[in-house]
Structure formats: C-alpha cells, structure tokens
Design a protein. Structure first.
Length: 268
C-alpha cells in the first residue's frame, strides 16, 4: 500500500484509491498518518475531530471510524480486518498506532532525499543536489492534508510539513545559484517571495540571483520593497545580514564573498 500526506491525504492499494470518503473517518486517518508509527491517544483523536468538545457518543463513534478504516485497509490489501488490527492499525493502550514502512509513506522518502541533497551540497556537488531536490519536491501534490478539516493537531502537523517544504525550496535555490543557473533561481525565488513576503532569506536569495544575472537595479528594488514592508507593517528594519548584502550591492567593486550563494554554509 501507499500512504501520502504531502498534499491531500491519499491511500492506495495496487493503484486503487481506498481513502475514506466520510469526512470524520478521513480526519481520523489523517492524524494517524501524520503521527505514523507513534501512538495517538483516544483523547487526542476526540479533541481533533470534535474541536475539544466531543459529545457523549464520541468514543463509540471513534471506534466505529477505526473499524471502518480497518475494513478499507483490509479490502485494499487483501488482508482480513483482524490482520489489519493486529499488524497495521493497532490498538495501543488508550490509543492507536498506524504502522507504516518507510517505502510506503511519502514523508520519509521526502526527508531522506532532502538529507541526501544537503550532504551533496556540503560536498559542493551542486548539480547532483539540484536533481535530488527536484525528486524530493516532486513528491508534493499541494497543501498537506488539503482534503481534511484541520483541528488543532492537524493544523500543527500541516505547519511542520509546510516549513519542511519551504526549507527544501530554499536549499534548491542555493543549489541553483551554485550551479550558476541564475534565471531558474530567480523564477523560483520570485514565486516564494510572493508567498512569504517577510521571509528575509528568500529575499536575499532573490537579490543574489538577480545580481548574478546582471540585474543589479532589480536586486536593489527587492531590498527596498522588503524594507518598506517590514518597517511599515512590523515596525522593524531588515536584519543586519540583509542590510549588509544591500550595501555590498551598492558598491562599484563589491566584495564577492557576500554575493556568493549561501550554499552549505547556510544548511545548519
């Protein structure tokens, strides 16, 4: 079977979609997938599905949802519901664990690819890192849990995944800069800056990409737009590192160390 959370949740068996259609069943499964191989307590599931105010019948309803999910997984895999209850979606004290192997689940595949790309960048193998990051980002199909109503726990899980996606995009831009693929870096940075208007590193990456492609005026405009937005909306100037990059770009003979891609030094 295949379990996907990097977008709308999706469960497939032999290429067939077996994702529950009932909203609350899908929400329960989404939280179990988000916390795969870890116990999710009954109170946590009840709170997620009923926004912290479960009715008296909630526990019984949850048991019904778990049973329906087990039946769907059993039908898709050709196993019995009992086998699923013992090996796949198991009861663990006052909670449940969805057991997934890394090769069945898109999240660990994504994380492993990003880790590999970071290692390649540290070795200054930027072209290889770019290709690996392309594979990692291709696993994304949209907003995490996009077909599920979010309670407080899924909201947190979606935020964690979105941050991981953004970090991978930043690493890819660094790799593109190191490969001197400046126009591609500009295109990817422009899109991300539009989505994250206060994200300074993305602005710095866009400034570097524009400057490296011979568009110094455009690079300086990016800084001015960021400065106005931050001072007007947040009452804060850009950080010293962003301001330094701007000052370097104003010079006729800039220090190239400040204009280079952040690369492995920013990977942390």
């Amino acid at each position: 079977m295949e379990f996907r959370v990097l977008g709308p949740i999706d469960v497939r068996a032999q290429g067939r979609d077996i994702t529950p259609s009932a909203p609350k069943q899908r929400q329960v499964l989404a939280l179990l997938m988000a916390k795969a191989n870890h116990r999710v307590s009954v109170p946590a599931l009840l709170s997620e599905v009923w926004d912290g105010e479960p009715p008296r019948t909630a526990t019984t309803a949850l048991q019904t949802y778990i049973g329906a999910i087990r039946k769907a997984l059993a039908a898709g895999s050709g196993s019995s519901a009992r086998d699923i209850a013992e090996q796949r979606l198991v009861t663990d004290g006052n909670g449940y664990v969805l057991r997934l192997r890394p090769e069945e689940w898109d999240r660990p595949r994504f994380e492993e690819l990003v880790l590999t790309a970071r290692g390649l960048l540290e070795e200054r193998r930027a072209h290889a890192a770019t290709e690996v990051l392309s594979q990692a980002l291709a696993l994304w199909r949209g907003a995490p849990f996009g077909n599920v109503r979010h309670g407080s726990r899924l909201t947190v899980q979606a935020r964690v995944l979105n941050e991981a996606h953004l970090a991978a995009c930043e690493v890819r831009i660094d790799a593109l800069l190191l490969c001197r693929r400046f126009q591609e870096a500009v295109g990817e940075a422009v899109a991300l800056v539009g989505e994250h208007p206060y994200h300074e590193n993305l602005h710095s990456q866009l400034m570097r990409a524009l400057y490296a492609s011979g568009r110094r005026a455009a690079a300086l405009d990016v800084y001015q737009s960021l400065h106005r937005r931050m001072t007007d909306d947040l009452g804060l100037p850009p950080s010293p590192s962003t301001t330094t990059l701007h000052h370097v770009m104003l010079q006729d003979h800039p220090d190239q160390r400040y204009l280079a891609a952040a690369g492995a030094g920013a990977l942390g």
